[in-house]
Design a protein around this ligand. Structure first.
Ligand SMILES: Nc1ncnc2c1ncn2[C@@H]1O[C@H](COP(=O)(O)OP(=O)(O)OP(=O)(O)O)[C@@H](O)[C@H]1O
Length: 242
């Protein structure tokens, strides 16, 4: 029988000003159908401090989602180090990495990744169980109320509009009080009124709980609200030559 995954029971509270995310010499290439490598990431160094909020921009296909997936350990890198809250996620065995992600990283996926068989409330509560902890229905309901979905708790994703599904995804990403939030175009399918609401919600949650945030957006209205905006092509050699 396989050994049980190493438990991560100690929450390390980040020191103010500490680096929450550090990438060093990260390279990632996909393999094309004809077998040729397609270089996507070649990042010498990229860092985000604890509690810092950073926007990531870049042309379509330049590697933004790939970068977020690598940081979350959902995609493996070819070489380099990705330190999240002081641990190199690229060096963790898969089961430990899954638990580490659930404990320290919140992820709002571009495609939401909600589980269709479960209600909005259950989707948020399920995210809480991935850390090995007990789901907290009251907190889950409060997070959904915070995103304006108090009246949609028992609806399954197919009964929610695209924008509502996106807001469930935001609530789920905050459920485990992460230290790093990765948000991949979280307002892409939200109407303008809710767009600002989602951004305000993400920002205030990050400020309140000292969560560092890396937010991908194509929206100039969103990015102009942030003091640090990174263009992926400027930090990524692979994107510059592509
Ligand atoms: N699994 C894969 N295998 C091969 N190529 C892939 C794979 N995933 C992504 N790509 C390619 O890698 C490139 C970067 O994709 P990625 O999704 O990271 O871009 P992006 O900057 O997030 O784009 P967008 O702004 O359109 O969402 C694209 O050319 C894409 O087609």
């Amino acid at each position: 029988m396989a050994a049980p995954p190493q438990l991560l029971t100690t929450t390390v509270l980040p020191a103010v000003g500490a680096l929450m995310l550090v990438l060093e010499n990260v390279r990632k290439a996909y393999v094309e159908p004809d077998g040729k490598p397609l270089p996507i990431l070649d990042v010498e160094r990229f860092e985000i401090a604890a509690g810092e909020q950073v926007v990531l921009r870049g042309r379509s296909g330049c590697g933004k989602t790939t970068l977020l997936n690598c940081i979350a350990g959902l995609t493996t890198v070819d070489s380099g180090q990705i330190m999240v809250n002081g641990r190199d996620v690229t060096a963790l065995p898969e089961a430990v990495r899954d638990r580490y992600r659930a404990t320290y990283i919140g992820f709002v996926f571009q495609t939401f990744n909600l589980l269709p068989a479960f209600t909005a409330l259950e989707n948020v509560m399920l995210g809480m169980t991935f850390t090995g902890g007990k789901p907290d229905a009251v907190r889950a309901a409060q997070l959904l109320a915070d995103v304006g979905l108090a009246h949609r708790l028992i609806h399954k994703p197919r009964a929610l509009s695209v924008g509502e599904q996106q807001r469930v995804a935001v609530a789920r990403a905050l459920a485990n009080r992460p230290v790093l939030l990765l948000a991949d175009e979280p307002t892409a399918n939200v109407d303008p009124a809710h767009q600002q609401h989602v951004i305000d919600l993400l920002r205030s949650a990050c400020e309140r709980e000292n969560i560092a945030m890396l937010l991908v957006t194509h929206s100039p209205e969103v990015s102009q609200q942030f003091s640090r905006v990174e263009q992926l092509e400027l930090v990524n050699r692979a994107a510059r030559v592509a």
